[in-house]
Every structure is written in C-alpha cells, then in structure tokens.
Design a protein around this ligand. Structure first.
Ligand code: GCW
Length: 838
C-alpha cells in the first residue's frame, strides 16, 4: 500500500512538472527505435528487492518509475528471486544468501556497485549489487542511465566505485529562506527562520543528487547562523535528514565557531578551553541522537569577518580539532574551509597578495589536524574567478586530508544569466599535476588524486560543490546551468570522465537524442567557458566585475585600490599581478619546483595565466605573437560574436525542443548576447583609454550605426553620468524624471530594411515601459520586468531589445518613449541601426 502511494506521488509529480526543467536529467522520456526493441526483448517483468533498507527501496521505486517512462512497462515488485527473469537489487551479502549458486563475490569498495547479468535455467537476472544499500541505489541509477542512453544492458558485467569518499554539495541557504549567491529562487529547506513545512523539493533534490552519486549535503550557509544549533532547531534539521535519507544523502551543517558563546551560554569559544570542548561534544551527541547518520560540519572560521581561533590566538588546527573530536566518536567529519585571507590588505604594498593566503595559513599546520578533519580548498587561490591556477595548497598538505571546493552556482560566472559549462574548467584543475610526490619516485600527482587522498594515503577527502539550487522550477535559474550540477556529481564519482562525454550524456538525458539538438547543445556547452572568459577577463585578469558589489556586471577597476585583494594592477603601461619569486609577491614559490619554474618565467607561463602571474607591458608579445593589448581587444570581440552565434545556433531547434524550454533558453541566450556586447565594449574601451594603443582592427571606440541617447532630441529625459563610466556607452545614460519621456533621432541613411537595437536599463524596482515609434507608427513596446542581479544603472542592468524587420526611409523619425515606474526611470543608453542581413 505504502509502496503504491509513493509510486503514485512520484508519477503525479513527474506529470505536473513535465518539461519545466524540474525533472532535469531524470526525465525518463520514452526511448525509441532499435534501442526500444532491444530493451523490450529482454526486459523482465519483475524487480526484486532483497531488503527494505531505505536506499534499496528507493532503488526499486526509481527503477519502476524509470522503466515505465523509458520503456512504457511497469515492473512487478517482489521480495524473492522468481524462476523467471528479473532485475535483482541487493547487497552482495543479500544476493549471496538468496542465490549462493551465482557465486557473486567481489571487493567493490564502499558505495561501489556491480551490474551483472546472470543466466540460470533460461532466466536472465540483471543483478544490481553492491557492498551496501547506497551502492545498490547508485547501481540502479547507472542501469537506468544506460537504458536512457541506449547502451545495451542484456549482458552486463560492470563494476564501478567512487573515486573519493566525500562527494558533497554545499548549499549557502539562510534560515530566512534567501540563498547567498543562489540564482534559482529561494531556499528549498528554509523559510522565515524554520524548516519548510513541505519538504517535497528536498526529497526530489536528494533524488537528483543520488542519481549522480552525491552522498552529503550541507543545508545552510557557511556564513552560518548560530541559532541553527539551538535545541529547538534539531528536530527541524532531523526532518530534512529524513527527506534526504532515502536517497543516501546525509545531512551536513555549517557551523559558526562562536556558537558555544552566542547560544551555548559560555563566556568563551576558545578552542583550548575544556568547557568549549565539552559544549561541542554534547552538541554533537545531541545531533547524533536525533540524526544517527548525520555526516558532519563545515566550518568557515577567521574568514570575511567570521569568528575564529584568532580571537584567542589559537591556530586553525586547535579550532578544527576541538570540533572534530566531538564528531569523531560518531564517525562524523569536519570540513574546515581553507578560504582564509585578510580582506583589509594594503594595496599600495606590491608585495601583498591574497593568493598566498591559503597556503600561508595552512601549510605550517600540516600534520596537526585530526584524521576526521578535511581542509576544504577552493580550486584556485583567489575566489572562483573565470581563470585561476590550481591552489598551491593542494600540493602542500601531506599529512592532512583535503577536499577541493568547486562552485557550481555561477557567482562570478554570469549568475545563471550566462550559460557557462564549468566542467572543462574544473577538469583543468583536477588534472593539473602539482608535482607533489616524493622526488625519488616521480609520478603524476594531479589535484584529483591529492584530494582523494591517493597520493599521501589519507583516510578521507574528495569533492565539494557549492550548488545553491532553489525553488525555481528548473532549480538553477537556467536550464543549461544544470549541466554543471550533473557534471560535478559525475566528476566527483569519476574525475577521469571527459568534458565532452559529460556534456553529451547530460544533453541527451535532458533534451533527448535528436542529433541536431545534441550537436548544438554540446558544442555550445563545451565552448561556453572560453567564450565567457573571452568577454569578461582573458589572460588571467580574472572576472573584471564589480568585486565590492554584486559580482555580476562589468566594472574593470572595482578590484583595485581596496583591501579585497582581487587586484589586476592594470594601469596606463601594463597589466597583471607580479607574483614571481624574483620580483613579485613570491606566490609562485608556493608551488613545487617543477610548477614554479614553469610559472616563474613568462616564456613558459601559459598565456591564459600570464596576467595572473606576471605584470607585463601592453606591447608584450604572447606565445602566439599577438600583443597583450590586441589579445584583449580580439578576445572580447570573439567572445561577443560567439554568444551571438549561440543564439543563431539555438533558433533552428525550435521544433526539436519542447516549447517552454526552447523559449526560455532562447531568451537566456539572447540576453547573454546583449550582455556580452556590454562587456566587450566596456572592457575594450577601458583598456584603450588606459593604454592609448588603438585596436589594430579599428573596432574599439567606433560603433557604426550607434546613436547615443544623450545626443538624441530629449523630452523629459535628463542626461546622467554612469559609474563606472565604461558600463554605459559614452559613459552616460538618460533617465526619465517625468511621468513620460521621449528620445528621438532622425534617420538619414539609405532606404531599406533594418534591425533596431535599443540598449536600456532594467532596475529591479518597478516595471517601467518602453514604446518605439518609427515615422509615428508604433513598431514595438515592452515592459521592463526581467529579474536581473542589478542594483543600479550600470552594466548589470543594461539590456538590449532587438527589433528586426523595420523599413526605414531617409528623414524618418525614430522615437523611443519611456514610462518610469516605482524607482525604475526607464533609462536609455543608445540605439543601434543595422541593415538587415537576412
Ligand atoms: O566568494 C565569496 C562570496 C561569499 C562567500 C565566500 C565564501 C559564503 O562572495 O558570498 O560566502 O566567498 O566562500 O565563504
């Protein structure tokens, strides 16, 4: 009965959310053609579960649901192996007891699975077995994935085990329901200070996570609210744990280091104080009483204003160990973040360098951390920028567990308003050889092997991804961004999977098998990181965004002359941070010598990281022979052109992708194309002005067909300077302070068909309106109601409206009318008039 109702609910949800993106890569749409015939020919009618462990029950529910969708057949659920063909779900022990004659013995490793076809007396058994129930669940998902991808499953013998024990996601959710750096809506866990009443979304998230092998999820912001550990919150956390448990996803909490004092009633949080140790211990005991499979804590200490051991002049090891010792009796883990740096650094001192911080803070403590402490290290030494080298700390810890922290949510990567597939970037870090092994036995020591504990034989370690999904139907705020969550989980399971394979798998599972769709989406995804880098910060400059603001719009100098340390040092002569040992900050010296040698000399330093590691004049020649300044110009034009190409590539998929997702992706890509142009113009002009060196191809600063709003005939509109100046064309916008305003220009080009591009600003306050009239006839009108990560009139709020197919005659008046609303002043930047080419 219970089984039935779970199944019915699952089905109902699947239908309700059809093609909103909610099902992500678990859509289970019918397979067709030869693949369907093949599967149906051998598909048994029965699925057997040998145990009622949570994960095995989930495996059965998922198989029934999946096969019903994929093959259109509903398997019968049974508890004993029948004489007819069946799918058999059970651990090795369970299978060994139920069918000893099959002799299925293996060392599968924790959470590893074995898919094995056994033929007996004419019946074919598809055995999904593992060392534990969670492994059975992973095996069931693997089997379904194969079927969905058209891989034959009638003669299976495949063993797989995860590369590392820690495969966690972090959610930066606040108890009030907001999510720090979340772009897919509000929290699925919290609302108004409490756990949500309806945790359906949490269970569905657990299912998505399980399908890619994730086994832990932190459910609150690393900027942690201490109230979470108050006794009354523990039953609420237990409810979340219960929703995730069927999917083998264990709950993790982010904790605040001062909690023993702030809510614990102690007058100290000194890690060496016995009462503090006792407090953490009783708190851990209390948590484990309510949640026996609780996974552990994440701790951000002494970072960006968070409390930490420095208050008492103690070390990070003191802090980590006092918490870890409370968890140890329960086999809990403490993920201690390596993201510790001084954000009040003096920028005038050219020897100061934030990139040195992680290594400087943790290297000397190597060997002092308990065995259940894992240092959680961001992939790069700064902070999830568009291009960074691997953090030198990965190569420096030999007696300490480590995990790599990757950011799935796209904080500096376009905040889900830009499509950026991050797997290629992650793979560069994971595959990067740190040359950390003993020199006597030289063997590659890539980051992935170091964090998995394979190089120095550490007991724990792995992969953490900051996911930040939310309540939006499509979880991430952009359909194409979900490839990052998928890719993260699959890489954490097997970092040797290629980016292309992951992009293909994800695309086929998400959009189906139409070859044109697959080719288009895979091509777009695989090129998207380089494209984004090209228009936001090439050559290791980092994302040239508003560092002290929303981390979204363009602001080339926002990183400079402040203590945050994301400096690029671009001035009139050159750009880049000198991080050499010889003349710079010495950061490069934190790498092992083989890496340091390569980075220290500009002759061997990869171009992509040149300005991250060296300060060079604009006329410096890259390996390609191109000057730095010309590369900056060219890459920005290439990047913007590439996104325009994405729009063109997507459009022909109209009949091949369901309407809703087709339209939403198109809108996202069109918006991104406009933003890429804003970035292109801003960055290239900034560097033109700084360097005084013209673009060899004559593009920068010359915009044929563009008419600045400030030079049009204005009624009611007032001209305003935009800050930073590069974020608006001509450094100015016009804003409407009246009830209604207009900006008019007279067209004096040749008669013909044209496309108008109106560049305007969309502020989150209010819904202003625009109307475009040509020769007194309304040709377009729209409400300014997008949800952008924007706060003011600058690059972050700059949007373009493309109006194709307009007939223009010399003397025609082009008039743009704006109606402001609730603080949104219907601001305009410019209009471009381009002959229609098609
Ligand atoms: O990049 C910064 C983010 C903060 C974040 C911090 C961190 C949760 O801007 O929002 O805080 O990193 O990783 O701790």
């Amino acid at each position: 009965m219970l089984l039935k109702s779970i199944f019915a609910t699952a089905l109902a949800i699947a239908c309700l959310h059809a093609e909103t993106g909610y099902d992500a890569w678990l859509r289970y749409r019918p397979i067709e053609g030869a693949a369907l015939v093949r599967v149906r020919a051998t598909l048994p009618a029965v699925v057997v579960t040998l145990n009622d462990a949570d994960a095995e029950v989930s495996a059965r529910i998922e198989l029934i649901r999946g096969l019903r969708g994929l093959v259109g057949r509903t398997l019968r659920a049974e508890e004993r192996i029948p004489r007819e063909s069946a799918i058999v779900l059970g651990t090795l022990d369970e299978v060994g007891r139920a069918a000893p004659q099959w002799r299925l013995h293996a060392q599968l490793g924790e959470n590893g699975y074995w898919l094995k076809t056994v033929v007996e007396r004419g019946a074919r058994y598809t055995v999904v077995t593992a060392s534990n129930p969670r492994g059975v669940l992973y095996g069931a998902f693997a089997l379904l994935r194969k079927i969905a991808l058209g891989v034959p499953v009638d003669a299976l013998d495949e063993r797989a085990a995860p590369y590392a024990p820690i495969r966690w996601v972090n959610q930066w959710d606040n108890l009030d329901g907001s999510i720090e750096r979340g772009y897919g809506g509000r929290s699925i866990f919290w609302e108004d200070g409490h756990t949500r009443t309806d945790l359906t979304r949490v269970a569905d998230y657990g299912r998505l996570l399980a399908s890619i092998g994730i086994n832990g999820c932190s459910i609150n912001n690393v900027n942690a609210n201490p109230r979470l550990l108050a006794p009354e919150m523990i039953p609420e956390i237990a409810r979340i744990a219960a929703a995730l448990r069927p999917w083998g996803v264990r709950v993790v909490l982010s904790v605040d280091f001062a909690t023993p004092k702030t809510i614990g009633g102690l007058d100290t949080y000194d890690p060496l104080d016995a009462s503090v140790a006792a407090w953490w211990k009783q708190k851990a005991d209390e948590l484990y009483r309510a949640i026996p499979d609780f996974a552990g804590f994440v701790l951000k200490a002494d970072s960006e204003g968070r409390a930490g051991p420095s208050t008492y002049h103690r070390t990070h090891a003191d802090a980590a160990n006092v918490v870890a010792r409370a968890l140890a009796p329960h086999s809990g883990l403490l993920l201690y973040r390596g993201f510790v740096y001084n954000h009040h650094m003096d920028w005038r001192n050219l020897k100061n360098d934030r990139a040195r911080a992680a290594y400087a803070n943790f290297k000397e403590l190597d060997g002092q951390f308990d065995d259940n402490v894992i240092i959680q290290i961001k992939n790069g030494p700064i902070d999830f920028q568009v291009r960074e080298p691997a953090s030198p700390l990965f190569g420096a810890l030999e007696k300490t567990n480590q995990a790599v922290e990757l950011q799935i949510t796209q904080e500096y990567m376009g905040q889900a308003r830009h499509t950026v597939f991050l797997v290629p970037m992650w793979k560069e870090t994971l595959d990067f050889d740190m040359h950390a092994g003993p020199t006597a036995r030289p063997a590659p020591t890539p980051v992935k092997a170091l964090v998995a504990g394979k190089v120095f034989h550490r007991p724990a370690g792995g992969f953490v991804g900051v996911a930040n999904v939310g309540l939006d139907d499509d979880w991430a705020g952009n359909h194409l961004s979900m490839a990052n969550l998928y890719g993260f989980g699959r890489l954490a399971w097997d970092p040797d999977l290629s980016a292309r394979r992951l992009a293909e798998e994800w695309t086929r599972l998400t959009f189906g098998d139409d070859p044109k769709v697959v080719e288009t989406v895979v091509g777009l995804q695989l090129s998207s990181w380089r494209t984004y880098e090209n228009y936001t910060g090439p050559l290791g400059l980092q994302t040239l965004t508003d560092i002290t603001g929303d981390h979204y719009g363009v602001a080339v100098e926002a990183s400079e002359r402040n203590g945050w340390g994301q400096w690029h040092n671009a001035d009139e002569k050159g750009a880049g941070m000198d991080r050499t040992v010889a003349t710079g900050t010495g950061f490069i010296g934190q790498y092992h010598s083989a890496v340091a040698r390569m980075y220290e000399s500009p002759a061997t330093c990869p171009d992509d990281l040149l300005l991250f590691l060296h300060h060079v004049p604009y006329t410096y020649k890259l390996h390609s022979g191109k000057t730095v300044i010309q590369y900056i110009y060219d890459s920005h034009y290439e990047g913007a052109d590439a996104v325009a190409g994405y729009v063109d590539a997507w459009k022909p998929l109209k009949e091949r992708v369901d309407d809703r997702r087709y339209g939403e992706v198109l809108a996202q890509l069109e918006y991104q194309a406009g933003q890429a142009q804003v970035w292109r113009d801003a960055v290239t002009l900034w560097f033109l002005r700084a360097s005084g060196i013209p673009d060899a191809r004559g593009r920068v600063g010359r915009y044929p067909g563009r008419f600045e709003a400030e030079s049009m005939a204005l009624e009611g509109y007032a001209v305003r300077d935009v800050v930073p100046w590069e974020a608006a064309s001509g450094g100015k916008a016009v804003v409407c302070a009246a009830a209604e305003c207009a900006a008019t220009l007279r067209f004096d080009g040749a008669p013909g068909w044209y496309t108008l591009r109106v560049q305007y600003f969309d502020l989150p306050t209010g819904v202003s309106r625009f109307r475009v009239l040509v020769a007194s006839q309304v040709v377009d009108e729209w409400a300014v109601a997008d949800h952008l990560p924007a706060r003011k009139i600058d690059g972050s709020s700059s949007v373009r409206r493309v109006i194709p197919g307009i007939a223009l005659r010399p003397g025609d008046e082009i008039r743009i009318e704006g109606v402001p609303d609730g603080g949104d002043p219907a601001a305009l930047d410019y209009v471009e008039i381009h002959p229609d080419t098609r």
